[in-house]
Each structure stands twice: as structure tokens, then as C-alpha cells.
Design a protein around this ligand. Structure first.
Ligand code: ADP
Ligand code: MG
Length: 733
């Protein structure tokens, strides 16, 4: 069989050139013909095909792949049919035909016999048609879904035809089955009609209409069959093996072109999208790094910082995705980058570059502000916080500082990208927890200066590498894959409701040692009211276990006024309260190193990534931390599996891989709208080796020939394009 997808491909430069030529002419005119021109379609059915299954052209029909095949390559023996047989093809002699029953129960039963046994063929409809077709004593070939009735083998409404010696050879094939809709079926376009149309289309085409579009080097390296062969065989394979070859080849093509398109976007951006050149590391960075940085950076943090420095010094605009597990220390990397920005200035007027740091929630913005303002308090750096709840006077001052250039770093929520916020010289933008920022919001950043700022997107929901390659293939990608030293893995356990008193006793022990605890309740939008009541009930319950004044409890949830939320949060941060009862508002970012226990109530209601994210609020200090997943006594199999994974590993990337396996790529947040994961054949989870291979091959080609142009109509969708030298985010479907 074919070789595995692991080694580097070396393309001869000459081949790339040829490939380019081929590729540009690869879509022939006949394939772009409207589907109604195909014999047997016509305007009415053509319309239906467009509306129901988005088939507009011959090419679309050709790429409307069957979801399975019925095996008509072999003839089954009647005696061998059993409850496990789904479809069967049988050849035999008709020995008897009879009409049974009255009126609505009327049915035609024919008895077919081969050398191993006897079976029934049954018609409830089209009885007179079937009667005419059937002659006792003749041989027939029948095909259909096998059923059992009173222990007798049956096929209802079989496909049936006279069986002659020549026919026996002619009928050996795998019949494709296509997905159809009720409306299409009503117009006579059932699964079988699709097979007929596709067959007719392939008859009209030849290999010349579907020239090869993969380089020779890849074809021979991976032993792919040709494009023409593959498209014929995915519909009408001569054998199961041919089908496998066809799918493998077409999957690769799909992934390869997606990667080429993304790679070209990235390389075009690298080459043409001008950005500010931050070419020095100056006093602010150095003073901070040498004097105020409270710890040594991990190797991963150093590496990522180097990647960022290289980007922002290049004169091209940076668009970098930074991934790192919760607690891996992304904030400090962002801060150091913003200090580099402040160390540099626009050479034409000497204005220092300003930065923004955007967070998805007020709590998180506040927390970032507190951390950064504190750590920079002895540095000549002006940091401000701007959120929806900033009061007017403050807001006016902040806006002024942005505009006159005296502000260096602005931290906030969406408020920082409002039109009213004008910067003297914005040069760097950090977006924390990116999936909560819409594409349109991000685009706003681009209008804040004469060149777009460098962008660092940080996400704490680790995305498996394969998914990142696909969903964010047009961004540059950095990963912090190492936690700061001294962190102990969070001990995670699953406990049933009935063990609650023991769990509470355990919390008391930890509090006695001076630690703090979170108790988290789910808050799901659809049932917000009920969840809210549960939260209140839970609060009372926790209170009964932890009475004042020995214990103090903070409660934070989304229905509180911002001010109250802030006060309650602050009391916990300061250590004035030992227990924080909350909803998932604490999910992202909150940093209280002394908190070492988290109890997650109704843990079965949470998704895997969310649980991991929540759990990341503990284990931030040097103490052993605990996460207790409390559930009711009845837990579904799926939920049980999620909990098991969480108890078994602390590694966010492993959790994300599992999540992807369980839920499939369509459900991963932030990727749904991108359209990039809607492959016809490929599956980024099960085909990840192939995806990597396609990515490598595409990268090599682009390195050799960055001017490569892709022909239109290739199976790629994208959401990033260029306008007047600026990167613009948009959705092109
Ligand atoms: P996240 O990546 O989840 O945003 P943070 O940036 O909030 O993580 O960092 C988590 C905690 O780890 C913070 O308290 C931070 O000060 C600390 N930290 C970050 N980097 C290091 C390091 N190299 N050594 C020790 N502690 C670190
Ligand atoms: Mg963070």
C-alpha cells in the first residue's frame, strides 16, 4: 500500500512551474456548465438541485460524493443470509408466485430458490407491474434490503431482473448511494437518480476534462491514483480497494488545496502587508526585564518572545496566535511585547508606540490591569483601564491621554476599540481569549493608525495543533508548551453528591492551612432562571457548612451590578473571604494563587474544555491544589468519559484533543463560522497525519514559488483577504 504521511517532500523547481501551468487551466469549461444542461436534469430539477443540495454546475455534481456503496460484486447464497445481513444480491429460479390478502393487506409474494435454500420476494405496491415481470421457472437476479418475517428470509420490493449468463458478468459493481432530500425525491431525484446522473456525466467527460492537479512528486511519493481515476472511482469503483484509493487521493487534494490557499495568504501577508518596524529593544524593556520581572521566564516563554520580536522587527505586520494552557504565563509575554512597542517610535515624528490589551470581560480586564499596573508601578509607563463602567470624568482623561500620546498601555474590554478612542500612535494590540472577539470588532483596530498594529491573539482554550493548522492556518502560530516551574499538577477527582459532607470537611481542612476555595455552579443561558435559583440554594447550603464569623464567603454572578461583583471579587482576591461561590464568570483569567481548591457543582453539565478552563483557576501557587467534580448520582456515559479524562490528565492540549475526538471539529468554539472545517471528505481528527503532510507539501511549494496563483473554483474557502495593503477580515463563502 501507500507510504505513510511523515517525510518531507522535495519538489524539483521545474515541476512547480509545470504544476502552476496545469493548475491554472485545470477547470475546463464543460465542468462549469450549469447543472440543468445535463441530460435528464432540465430547469425544474436544476432549480431543486441548487436549492436543496447546492449543486449548481457539472463540477458540483461530480463532487457530490456517495456516502456509501451497495456491494453488487458478489452473489449471496440464500442459506447464508442472516439477521446481520443488511443488503444482499441473490440469483435463483422463481418457483412460485401468489397473491395474498385482501385490499390494504394485499401483497404479491414470489418464491426464489437457489442451490442452498428458498426465500420470499414481496411487493405491496406495483403488484400488477411485478406480476407481469415474473415468470415461474425463469432465473432472476435480485437485490435489496434483507428482512426476516416469521423466520423466513425476505426482500421487500427488490430490484429484480432476468438473470442470464452475460448479465452475470455485467452486473458486478459497487452501486453508489447518495444523500437525497424529500423534496428532491418528490421530483424523482432519489439516491438512485443521482447515480444515473453522475454516471451520465462521467460518460460525457474524459481524462482531459479533469487534468491532474497534484504535482508528480506527490503522486509518486504517496502513490496516489490520478484525479480522473479518483473521481470515476469514488462514484463507481471497480472494487473496494479502488474506492479506498479514490477517497485517499481526493481527501489529500482537499487538504492540500486548503493548506495552499491558507499558506499563500500567510506568505502574501508576510511579503506585502507593511507594518511598523520595532527594531530596538530599549530602556523600558531592559529595565523591566532586569529589575522588575518577578521570575525567570520559562524556555517556552523566551522562545515565543523571540518569535514575536522577530515579527515586529521585520517591517511587516504581525498576526500571531499565541496558545498556551491556563497558567502557562501568556500575560507576561504580552506585557514584555508591549514594552518593546513603547521603546520604539515612529521615525517620522518621534511618537512612541502605544498598545492596547483587550479582554472579553470586565472582571478579566480589571484583573489584567491590577496585575500590570502593580508590576509596572515603579516604571515610567502610563497604564490605564477603560471599560464600559468607567465614569465619565475618568473616561475623558483616558481618551485624552490616548490622543496626546502620554498613555502607553490601554487595558480594557470592547470599549477600547470604540470609534471614540483615538490613539496618537497605536502600534501593538493584544487580544486575550480571542474567540470571544468578533471578526468585525477586530477589523476596527485596523483604522486606528496609518498602518495596522501588530496583533497578538492569545487563547487559553488550547486547540489541538491539527485544528489550529486548519482553522488558523493563515495566522502565525506560537505555543507556550511548558508551565512555570514548581507547579504541581492539580489533583482532580470525581465525587457523587452523596459525598458532599466529606468534600466540605476537606475544604475546612484546607482553609485551616490558610488556603481559599472556589465553589462553582453552572449557568447555562437557556435555563438561566433555574440555574440562578440553584446558585442561591447552593450559596445557602455552603453557608450552612461554613458559618460566619469563622468563615466568610464571597458570591459573584452575572446578575450582580458591576460594582458589587467587583467588591465581592476583590474581597476574595485580598483574602478577606475564604470561599468564593460563583457561576462560570470566574472561568477566564482570574488569578488568586492562594486558592487551592475548586469544587465544580453539577460537573456533568459542563463541556470538557470548560471544565479544564475552570480548573485552571487553582494550581496557580506553589501549594498542592485540588479540583473536585461533584455530580448527581446518575451520570450519562458521555459525561462520565469527560470526567474520567479530566481526572487523568492536567494537560490542556490532551484535553482538547479528546474534546475534538468526542465532539468533532464542528463544535469547537470559534471555528464554526469560518467554514474552513467543512471538508467534503477529509476529517481533521482521523486524517491528521494526512493534514500534516498536506501542510508540509503546501509550505514547500510556497517557499519555492511564492507567486503561485491558484485557479478559481478550487475547493477552498477563506476569511482573510487584502485591501489597499491592509488585512481585512471577512467571510467569503
Ligand atoms: P495564562 O497563560 O493563563 O494567562 P498568566 O499569564 O495569568 O497565565 O500566568 C499565570 C501565573 O503564573 C501568574 O501568576 C504569573 O505571574 C505566573 N507566571 C508566569 N510566568 C511565570 C514564570 N516564568 N515563572 C513563574 N511564574 C510565572
Ligand atoms: Mg490569561
Amino acid at each position: 500500500m501507500a507510504s505513510s504521511f511523515d517525510r518531507k517532500v522535495n519538489f524539483p523547481a521545474k515541476e512547480i512551474y509545470l504544476y502552476k501551468q496545469l493548475n491554472i487551466s485545470s477547470v475546463s469549461n464543460i465542468l462549469s456548465s450549469p447543472v440543468e444542461y445535463l441530460k435528464g436534469v432540465g430547469p425544474l430539477r436544476g432549480d431543486m438541485l441548487k436549492k436543496e443540495v447546492s449543486i449548481f454546475t457539472f463540477k458540483d455534481l461530480l463532487e457530490y460524493y456517495p456516502f456509501r456503496h451497495l456491494d453488487k460484486t458478489k452473489i449471496d447464497k440464500i442459506a447464508a443470509l442472516n439477521e446481520g445481513t443488511e443488503y444482499a444480491q441473490v440469483a435463483g429460479k422463481l418457483i412460485h408466485v401468489e397473491l395474498i390478502g385482501e385490499k390494504r393487506n394485499k401483497r404479491l409474494v414470489a418464491y426464489l430458490q437457489d442451490d442452498t435454500g428458498e426465500m420470499e420476494l414481496v411487493w405491496f405496491q406495483g403488484i400488477s407491474w411485478a406480476e407481469k415481470l415474473l415468470t415461474v421457472g425463469h432465473h432472476y437476479l435480485v437485490f435489496g434490503k434483507v428482512g426476516f418475517f416469521m423466520n423466513r428470509v425476505q426482500i421487500n420490493h427488490p430490484e429484480i431482473e432476468l438473470y442470464t449468463a452475460e448479465k452475470a458478468d455485467g452486473r458486478k459493481f459497487l452501486e453508489p448511494v447518495y444523500y437525497s432530500t424529500e423534496k428532491l425525491k418528490a421530483r424523482g431525484l432519489n439516491g438512485r437518480a443521482f447515480a444515473k446522473l453522475t454516471y451520465a456525466l462521467l460518460q460525457q467527460l474524459s481524462a482531459r476534462d479533469l487534468p491532474e492537479n497534484l504535482p508528480e512528486t506527490l503522486l509518486s511519493k504517496y502513490r496516489f491514483i490520478s484525479r480522473w481515476e479518483a473521481l470515476c472511482s469514488i462514484h463507481f469503483p471497480a472494487s473496494e480497494e479502488m474506492y479506498t484509493h479514490a477517497v485517499r487521493r481526493l481527501k489529500f487534494e482537499e487538504l492540500f488545496y486548503a493548506q495552499l490557499r491558507l499558506g499563500l495568504l500567510r506568505s502574501t501577508r508576510h511579503r506585502f502587508s507593511q507594518g511598523w518596524a520595532f527594531n530596538k529593544v530599549g530602556d523600558l524593556f531592559n529595565t523591566f526585564y532586569n529589575t522588575y520581572l518577578p521570575f525567570e521566564l520559562t524556555n517556552a516563554q523566551k522562545r515565543v518572545l523571540k518569535e514575536i520580536r522577530k515579527d515586529i522587527g521585520s517591517g511587516k505586520q504581525m498576526n500571531r496566535l499565541l496558545q498556551g494552557d491556563v497558567g502557562s504565563g501568556k500575560t507576561i509575554v504580552a506585557l514584555l511585547s508591549m514594552l518593546i512597542a513603547a521603546d520604539n517610535s515612529d521615525p517620522t515624528n518621534g511618537d512612541a508606540f502605544q498598545s492596547v490589551l483587550m479582554a472579553p470581560t470586565e472582571i478579566l480586564a480589571q484583573q489584567h490591569y491590577n496585575t500590570i499596573a502593580e508590576i509596572l508601578k515603579d516604571m515610567p509607563v502610563c497604564v490605564k483601564l477603560l471599560t464600559g463602567s468607567s465614569v465619565t470624568k475618568q473616561r475623558r482623561e483616558i481618551l485624552k491621554a490616548c490622543e496626546d500620546g502620554s498613555l502607553n498601555i490601554l487595558i480594557g474590554t470592547h470599549a477600547v476599540i470604540e470609534d471614540k478612542v483615538k490613539f496618537k500612535n497605536l502600534g501593538f494590540a493584544v487580544i486575550d481569549e480571542q474567540h470571544k472577539f468578533g471578526v468585525a470588532q477586530r477589523a476596527k483596530l485596523w483604522n486606528k493608525n496609518s498602518l495596522p498594529p501588530h496583533v497578538l491573539v492569545m487563547t487559553a482554550t488550547p486547540i489541538p495543533r491539527t485544528l489550529a493548522l486548519t482553522a488558523y492556518g493563515d495566522l502565525d502560530y506560537s505555543v507556550i508548551d511548558e508551565l512555570p516551574p514548581g507547579r504541581q499538577p492539580i489533583a482532580t477527582v470525581h465525587r457523587f453528591e452523596s459525598k458532599r459532607p466529606m468534600v466540605m470537611d476537606f475544604i475546612k481542612e484546607e482553609i485551616k492551612k490558610g488556603r481559599q476555595a472556589y465553589v462553582v455552579y453552572p449557568l447555562i443561558e437557556e435555563s438561566a432562571k433555574m440555574d440562578y435559583e440553584n446558585l442561591m440554594k447552593g450559596f445557602e447550603e455552603v453557608k450552612s457548612f461554613f458559618p460566619e464569623p469563622k468563615y466568610w464567603i464571597s458570591m459573584v454572578h452575572g446578575r450582580q451590578p458591576a460594582e458589587q461583583k467587583k467588591t465581592n471579587m476583590q474581597r476574595f482576591v485580598n483574602g478577606d473571604t475564604q470561599i468564593m461561590v460563583s457561576t462560570t464568570v470566574i472561568e477566564v483569567g482570574v488569578n488568586v494563587p492562594n486558592a487551592s481548591i475548586m469544587v465544580i457543582e453539577s460537573a456533568e453539565k459542563f463541556g470538557l474544555s470548560q471544565l479544564h478552563q475552570l480548573r485552571g483557576r487553582v494550581g496557580r501557587g506553589s501549594e498542592q491544589s485540588f479540583c473536585i467534580l461533584l455530580t448527581g448520582n446518575k451520570v450519562s456515559k458521555d459525561a462520565r468519559e469527560r470526567l474520567k479524562i479530566l481526572c487523568a490528565t492536567n494537560d490542556g492540549f490532551k484535553v482538547a484533543e479528546k474534546d475534538l475526538e468526542i465532539r468533532g471539529p464542528g463544535d469547537i468554539e470559534g471555528t464554526k463560522q469560518s467554514g474552513l472545517l467543512n471538508f467534503k471528505l477529509a476529517n481533521i481528527v482521523s486524517d491528521r497525519l494526512m493534514l500534516e503532510a498536506a501542510k508540509n507539501a503546501a509550505t514547500e511549494i510556497i517557499n519555492i514559488d511564492p507567486d503561485l496563483m491558484l485557479a478559481e473554483n478550487l475547493p477552498v474557502k477563506t476569511f482573510l483577504h487584502f485591501q489597499k495593503g491592509q488585512t481585512v477580515w471577512s467571510k467569503i463563502s
